[in-house]
Write a protein that binds this ligand. Structure first.
Ligand code: NAD
Length: 278
């Protein structure tokens, strides 16, 4: 089966399963992104802060895949939220990627203490108007800041990329997304190697019963919930394995068993409300 696409409220569409390149060394980014494209991924998630946009762009060019068959996301870094800085940062990302537009541009973190997230959001709105980015969304925005950018501009992000995995399920935030018609996108879907998630017996049992792997089960759980998901690996066999989750349709019982793994202390990354100044 091919990867399903989900429709944004702006009518553009995103492949539900993509390839993330956080912490991918710039020196290997072109190689591993090329592996992912050959394996069949058509959605790549990078960011200015990852330092590997050039490698991603190189892999895209070398793949020969038509631009309109690819979905590329990049992100605005914390130090460029001021309106003019954000416009310039997007141009710099496009230059490094060697692309005329990206499919999705996200404010990487709200950085509430800096207080420039509305300015950043206004710049993203302008970038979309100028055709430099097809769709605009956010990442790591606490509910008050998410509500504030919407109230200030009347423009609703198409998607919110957040830490989300079976140990940290973000139910309240997902309910807010649903109210606004915002898609949920999961970062750290495999737990980023920070917990025993991939050794969890519930995942292991489902994996064994379905001739799948725990990583595939964790990804399939996101797909079953209608989330966009962007697992990362630099290992060719795992790059393929993770994409294989598209063929694993979990039953409602399996989904419910994983739903029960949510933990109050399950956050592995930084709390977006506490994000320090850049
Ligand atoms: P992840 O949960 O995808 O975990 C990646 C790690 O899991 C790999 O480094 C590897 O050690 C392991 N792994 C991968 N495939 C495996 C497999 N099949 N079996 C066993 N182990 C496996 O963590 P991530 O990379 O942090 O998150 C995914 C993507 O989300 C990132 O690459 C990035 O694109 C995005 N992201 C965004 C933010 C943000 O602030 N917006 C933060 C983190 C990540």
């Amino acid at each position: 089966a091919t990867v399903p696409t989900l429709r944004f409220h702006d009518d553009h569409a995103i492949p539900q399963l993509g390839y993330g390149v956080f912490k991918v060394d710039p020196a290997v980014a072109a190689d591993v992104t090329g592996q992912a494209l050959r394996a069949g991924y058509r959605h790549i998630d990078t960011a200015a802060a990852y330092g590997n946009e050039e490698g991603v762009g190189q892999a895209i060019r070398e793949s020969g895949i038509p631009r309109d068959e690819l979905f590329v996301t990049t992100k605005l870094w914390d130090d460029a939220h001021a309106y003019d800085d954000a416009l310039a940062a997007a141009d710099a990302s496009l230059e490094r990627l060697g692309l005329e537009y990206v499919d999705l541009y996200l404010t990487h973190w709200a950085v509430p203490a800096q207080g420039l997230y509305v300015d950043a959001w206004k710049a993203l709105i302008e970038l979309q108007r100028r055709g430099k980015v097809r769709s605009i969304g956010v990442s790591n925005h606490p509910v008050p800041q998410l509500e504030e950018i919407i109230e200030a501009t009347g423009v609703v992000p198409v998607i919110h990329q957040i830490e989300l995995h079976p140990y940290f399920q973000q139910r309240e935030l997902r309910a807010v997304h649903e109210r606004h018609g915002i898609l949920t996108e999961a970062w750290g879907p495999l737990g980023q190697g920070k917990s025993d998630l991939l050794e969890n017996p519930v995942l292991a049992d489902i994996a064994a019963a379905r001739s799948a792997t725990p990583a595939q089960v964790a990804i399939a759980w996101q797909l079953a919930h209608g989330h966009v998901v962007i697992p990362k690996s630099v290992t060719p066999s795992r790059i393929e394995e993770n994409l294989g989750a598209k063929d694993l349709a979990l039953t409602s019982e399996e989904v419910a068993a994983i739903d029960a793994l949510d933990r109050p202390d399950g956050r592995g990354g930084m709390d977006p409300a506490q994000r320090p100044l850049p």
